[in-house]
Design a protein around this ligand. Structure first.
Ligand code: BES
Ligand code: ZN
Ligand code: ZN
Length: 473
């Protein structure tokens, strides 16, 4: 989509239709028609008046969510017409939510049509009319375009079926981005995992015909103010392994690479935005399958930091991949300021906080709070889930240092988070956050400006966190 900032007094910009946001119907010229059509100014309500060439879209509050949803709703309506170019006046009231308009438009326009014979991806142009163009508005436009494009990149990768998106393809995608934006990239295969004692990650992928890949992208600007490490779970498919998932639960498991895709797409956005931070993106790209050589419940695996893990369920594989990737990250990168991991880690997180919300875990209360705030302000939903000493006992093992599942049905998202804590060094304990994105990363119905399928969760909140860091520095 092309979005332009246009000064109002420039006549005849060629727009074919006007989008009008309605919170209150009273002073509208088309009030009577709208009332006759029983239009209510509610979120997601929308009416197209073809004759007067207007799309009226309702919204309830002047906040990011309502405005982004309203914009997406209008764009979707536009997609059902022959009109290609629309205009929208950025009134004073809407100005604070300009970011939401841009992001709502680009995120709302997104469709995953690569596998459709008939593609209805028509190109839409949106003119945003302002009294005076300002540097600030231009800046918001530029940044929001990059951020939402990154979200759509993550969505495309996550939505791609497992036959066409396996670890080597994931590595190829990361390589292409690295080459385009001049990032450093290292891609390692199973030989490296073996040689470097990354047996937890290695074993998860051992039964797959696709070789596991460790992807390490780095962006190192000269004016770096802090060092940030992003680690992603990149399970290109999670069948559950020998602890096989039931048929109904296996469907959608192409989305188990969402954390890794979020990391790759965020790296793209960071480089595009030229943020003044050294950022490393590390992804464990692995396929969890079955076979005669598969790792088994009862196996004991030694991770990169020497800790032994009793396997009691091969479907709790994400934490094994992340354990080694977190160790790798901390061994390779010194003096880290923040280390974040992103993973569709547990069904328990979805049960606990619902399918739209990310679970935020870690040891540093202030950092967790800041991450929640960054997420909420970026348009994502997130909440903290607290560790405690009693749940910690649930992942003890009788025969190894730790067990890969808990001995209780309760608190599964937290026990998974506490498992990961075993692979965070003392130095980094307070710098680490674990994001469980199992709910919002992939939802099988449209929600707000998100389509059916991948949402690109993680990208916007991470960028917002970094932008907040910039402001506070
Ligand atoms: N990839 C799944 C978690 C998941 C579930 C993501 C639903 C998205 C939607 C993960 O690898 C898994 O299978 N976790 C198990 C852990 C259990 C065996 C302790 C789960 O949540 O059931
Ligand atoms: Zn699993
Ligand atoms: Zn998984």
């Amino acid at each position: 989509m092309k979005i332009n900032l246009v000064e109002k007094n420039i006549e005849n910009n060629g727009a074919e239709i006007e989008i009008i946001f309605v919170k209150n119907i009273e002073n509208l010229a088309d009030k009577e028609i709208l009332e006759n059509l029983e239009f209510k100014p509610k979120d997601e309500s929308c009416i197209l008046l073809a004759e007067s060439k207007k799309i009226y879209v309702g919204y309830e509050e002047d906040n990011y969510d309502c405005i982004a949803i309203a914009t997406a709703t209008a764009i979707k309506k536009l997609q059902t017409t022959k009109f290609n170019k629309a205009k929208l006046e950025l009134t004073e009231k809407l100005e604070n939510n300009f970011k939401a308009i841009v992001e709502g438009a680009i995120l709302g326009e997104y469709k995953f049509t690569i596998y459709k014979s008939e593609k209805d991806n028509k190109k839409i142009e949106l003119d945003i009319l302002v009294a005076n163009k300002s540097e600030n508005l231009e800046k918001i436009l530029k940044e929001s375009k990059i951020i939402s494009k990154a979200v759509n990149k993550a969505r495309d990768m996550v939505n791609t079926p497992p036959a066409d998106f396996y670890p080597k393809i994931m590595a190829k995608k990361a390589k292409k981005i690295a080459e385009d934006l001049e990032l450093d990239i290292k891609i390692e295969g199973e030989k490296f995992l073996k040689e470097n004692g990354m047996n937890a990650m290695l074993n998860v992928g051992v039964a797959s015909i696709h070789e596991s890949q460790l992807i390490h992208m780095s962006y190192k600007p000269q004016n770096s103010q802090a060092k940030i490490v992003l680690v992603g779970k990149g399970l290109t498919y999670d069948s559950g392994g020998l602890s096989l998932k039931p048929a109904d639960f296996m469907v959608t498991m192409k989305s188990d690479k969402s954390g890794g895709c979020a990391v790759i797409a965020t790296m793209w956005a960071i480089a595009k935005l030229q943020l003044p931070f050294e950022v490393h993106g590390i992804v464990g790209a692995v396929e969890n399958m079955i076979g005669g050589n598969a790792y088994k419940p009862d196996d004991v695996l030694k991770a990169k930091n020497g800790k032994t893990i009793e396997i009691r369920n091969t479907d709790a594989e994400g934490r094994l991949v992340l354990a080694d990737c977190l160790c790798y990250a901390q061994d390779e990168i010194k003096d880290i300021d923040y280390i974040f991991d992103y993973a569709t880690l547990t069904g328990a997180c979805v049960v606990g906080v619902g399918e739209y919300t990310t679970g935020i875990m870690g040891n540093n209360e202030i950092l967790k709070r800041n991450a929640v705030l960054a997420a909420l302000r970026s348009g994502e939903y997130a909440t903290t889930l607290d560790f405690n000493r009693f749940l910690k006992k649930a992942i003890k093992s009788e025969i190894a240092d730790i067990c890969n599942i808990a001995n209780t049905r309760y608190g599964g998202a937290i026990t998974a988070g506490m498992f990961l804590d075993n692979f965070i060094t003392d130095e980094n304990k307070n710098k680490w956050i674990h994001f469980d994105i199992a709910g919002p990363a992939f939802v099988e119905k449209p929600w707000g400006y998100n389509p059916h399928g991948a949402s690109g969760t993680g990208v916007r909140m991470t960028i917002k966190f970094l932008q907040d860091l910039l402001k506070n520095n």
